[in-house]
Write a protein that binds this ligand. Structure first.
Ligand SMILES: O=C(O)C(=O)C[C@]1(C(=O)O)C=C[C@@H](O)C=C1
Length: 360
């Protein structure tokens, strides 16, 4: 074969490549239209029966020189790309997605920013038990430069016989103590009708793991002008988590902090399994700040520090952990809360580890 012949054949191949490219993109356009129609009808992108029918149809027309298995493999790749195109289009439409808003959302809690590159800490007792108890914790966290105080007043407990929290009275205590120490306060609301009254007491409304798919609560939170701290559900996928946040943002409230708090797996050595890579995945897929709750994910005091270090190292915007003046007598989660000494050690280690300049 002369060089001239080679050039000619390569030239023909270039033409075929461009025609193939056109055809693949034409196919892509059709697939997008089909995807929109299917989405409108609530149908899934993946349709294995349709794929089988297409492969059968293709084999009828196949003349070689490729082996049929090769052709089948190539078409399966094309179908896979088509599904990704359909799903990608769907993800693009989510308001929480980074595709929709490429720059980071910084959540503003009365002048305290979450997601601006400085790590924030949300610390406090599992449950608000008394004014004195919350006050004892608030003064030590304040000394460490922490600005956000947490405490549960409405407690969704596994057993109905366990302490259910002080309700609105608990929120009042939290507000009062927060004001005394100049701390912003975060607490969970479990009932949609409590969101509005909670505005009087809370700087951040938390939606807990068990309520991540309580859609009426999410919609109500979306109408609030308070930032929302949304925890990942016990067995929620990242996609479900993102869609829960979408319920909030779609009602107009984009001030959302996502919180990874461990998921349920077969592993029993920790209370839940901390899905540490959820942090970079969520930060890649969404524009929202991401925190890690080291208390509920590990359920073990001895693991709080390494889990927090891992969270900061992997890019979390903040850490949530529980502190109680006397964990042994705590009305909830006594096994996992830090006492004051442990908390002081925890913060010293973390600040040294990350050389953070926590603001006082
Ligand atoms: O025909 C459909 O329902 C499509 O969504 C198109 C298509 C394709 O690429 O041909 C894409 C994904 C499905 O798994 C099956 C087929």
């Amino acid at each position: 074969m002369t060089n001239n012949q080679l050039d000619q054949l390569r030239h023909q191949l270039d033409d075929v490549n461009i025609r193939l490219l056109d055809m693949i993109n034409q196919r892509g356009q059709l697939v997008k239209q089909i995807g929109d129609l299917k989405k409108g009808q609530g149908m899934k992108a993946f349709d294995p029966v349709r794929e089988r029918e297409m492969l059968d149809h293709i084999i009828e027309h196949h003349k070689g020189p490729f082996e049929y298995a090769t052709i089948e493999h190539l078409f399966k790749e094309i179908f896979k790309a088509a599904k990704e195109l359909q799903e990608d289009d769907h993800r693009k439409t989510l308001l929480v997605s980074r595709k929709k808003k490429p720059n980071d959302t910084v959540v503003d809690i009365g002048g305290i920013e979450v997601g601006n590159g400085n790590q924030q800490f949300v610390m406090g007792p599992c449950s608000v038990e008394s004014h004195q108890q919350v006050d004892a914790v608030a003064s030590v966290i304040k000394q460490k430069g922490i600005q956000l105080l947490r405490g549960g007043a409405f407690k969704p407990r596994t057993s109905p016989y366990d302490f259910q929290g002080l309700g609105m009275e608990g929120l009042k205590i939290l507000r009062d103590v927060g004001d005394r120490h100049g701390l912003k306060v975060v607490s969970e609301i479990v009932n949609p009708r409590d969101i509005e009254p909670a505005h009087e007491y809370l700087d951040v409304i938390q939606i807990g793991a068990r309520n991540m798919q309580n859609f009426e609560l999410l919609k109500e939170a979306g109408k609030s002008n308070r930032p929302i701290l949304l925890k990942r559900g016990l067995a929620a996928t990242i996609n479900e988590f993102m869609n829960a946040a979408e319920y909030i943002i779609s009602q107009g409230n984009g001030q959302i902090i996502l919180c990874e708090r461990g998921i349920r797996t077969y592993e029993t050595s920790t209370r839940n399994t901390l899905d540490i890579t959820a942090v970079p995945v969520l930060k890649k897929e969404t524009h929202l700040p991401v925190m890690v709750d080291v208390t509920h994910s590990t359920g073990r005091r001895d693991l709080l520090l390494p889990a927090a270090k891992a969270a900061l190292a992997i890019g979390a915007d903040g850490i949530m952990a529980e502190v109680h003046p006397d964990p042994a007598t705590a009305l909830s989660d006594s096994q996992q809360q830090m006492d004051i000494d442990t908390f002081n050690h925890f913060m010293d280690e973390l600040q040294a580890f990350y050389k953070m300049d926590a603001k006082v």
